[in-house]
Design a protein around this ligand. Structure first.
Ligand SMILES: Nc1ncnc2c1ncn2[C@@H]1O[C@H](COP(=O)(O)OP(=O)(O)OP(=O)(O)O)[C@@H](O)[C@H]1O
Length: 324
């Protein structure tokens, strides 16, 4: 388990992670979601002891990361792609990691095989594409055969086959009883992958629930209806006190979970229906709804504007980023 207790990180005035308390459990894939700048990477770095919390605590199987003997055998992580020496081959990069963590060298070949990099194992990593880099990062995470895996945006740069592969890999790791903690901006991918969600906004916990509960609690249910007897159905619904929120020419939409009531009314008044389907919001809609108030970086709508004002000294791009 990964246990976060009141975890807080400040960078000067900025509170990147704000009193976060939650537990990431084994046997399921936990998706870690939040808008840009919400604090996901900072949280993951604190789990690995790469950043020190300003307050609060984070433990892996009850211990701090720096107290773990051979930490790669407890927790494997992919945080930043290409976090290695470009002059080394993939094999040598993994061998160094293995040797410094008491992991047998034969494991290097096993993980290279698992991630599909055996053919390029002796090539220098500086020539690797983003997708190959992600695979090498994942190989590093798997090296110690750890019970806990943490991936920050693992599908970044992967092609559809690669995305499919990592989805199945994560599912099989969770099915083996491991803890899988993964962040992503790709909601459609998360919807297919994660069982549980932890959602943060501006460093604060917004939701900690199963995927199904999260969508149910943050979505608007509605019913979609198609009928060749539109006017008659509108009369029947109005007579029953059911309001049509979107009386489109082809499709009618009614708010709420009223498909059974509408089906029975249609049968009673002999109105032909071509479609009567309950609709649920997608994970993306539910996510947007929940996080609407905590999005920090908004793009403006419409075409790009002309020459920009010069940013003030406090807004210079990159001035605050990843210093120290
Ligand atoms: N080293 C740092 N120095 C100053 N501010 C930082 C540093 N690292 C992160 N931040 C700030 O902390 C906040 C959280 O950043 P973080 O990278 O954890 O968010 P994130 O949820 O991973 O974002 P994204 O989805 O864009 O990757 C941001 O406002 C960021 O600018």
């Amino acid at each position: 388990m990964i246990e976060l207790e009141g975890l807080t990180k400040r960078y000067g005035e900025k509170v990147a992670v704000n009193d976060l308390t939650c537990t990431v459990r084994p046997g399921v894939i936990t998706g870690f979601l939040g808008p840009n700048g919400a604090g996901k990477s900072t949280t993951m770095r604190m789990v690995l002891g790469l950043d020190r919390p300003t307050a609060g605590d984070v433990r892996i199987d009850g211990r701090h990361y720096d107290r773990l003997k051979d930490p790669l055998t407890y927790v494997g992580a992919l945080l930043e792609a290409k976090a290695w020496h470009g002059g080394r081959s993939a094999y040598n990069h993994l061998l160094c990691l293995a040797q410094s963590n008491g992991i047998p060298a034969r494991r290097v070949r096993e993980v290279l095989d698992t991630v599909g990099l055996t053919a390029v194992a002796r090539k220098k990593t500086k020539g690797f594409s983003l997708g190959m880099g992600q695979r090498l990062g994942i190989a590093g995470a798997l090296l110690g055969d750890p019970r806990i895996l943490m991936f920050d945006e693992p599908v970044n740069g992967l092609d559809p086959e690669g995305i499919h592969w990592i989805r199945n890999l994560m599912k099989s790791l969770a099915a083996q009883g491991r803890t899988v903690f993964v962040s992503s901006h790709l909601m459609s991918e998360m919807a297919l992958t994660a069982d549980h969600l932890i959602v943060i906004g501006q460093g604060r916990l917004l939701a900690d629930s199963s995927m199904a509960d999260f969508i149910a609690q943050n979505s608007r249910s509605r019913v979609r209806i198609r009928t060749p007897q539109r006017e008659r159905l509108l009369d029947v619904l109005q007579g029953a006190g059911i309001t049509v929120v979107d009386p489109g020419a082809e499709v009618l939409e009614v708010d709420g979970d009223k498909s059974e009531a509408i089906g029975e009314l249609a049968a009673r008044y002999r109105v032909v229906l071509h479609e009567l389907s309950p609709q649920r919001s997608s994970l993306e809609e539910a996510f947007m709804r929940l996080t609407a108030g905590s999005v920090e970086y908004h793009a403006h709508d419409g075409p790009p504007s002309g020459p920009r004002e010069r940013p003030g000294p406090r807004q210079q791009w990159g001035s605050e980023w990843r210093k120290g």
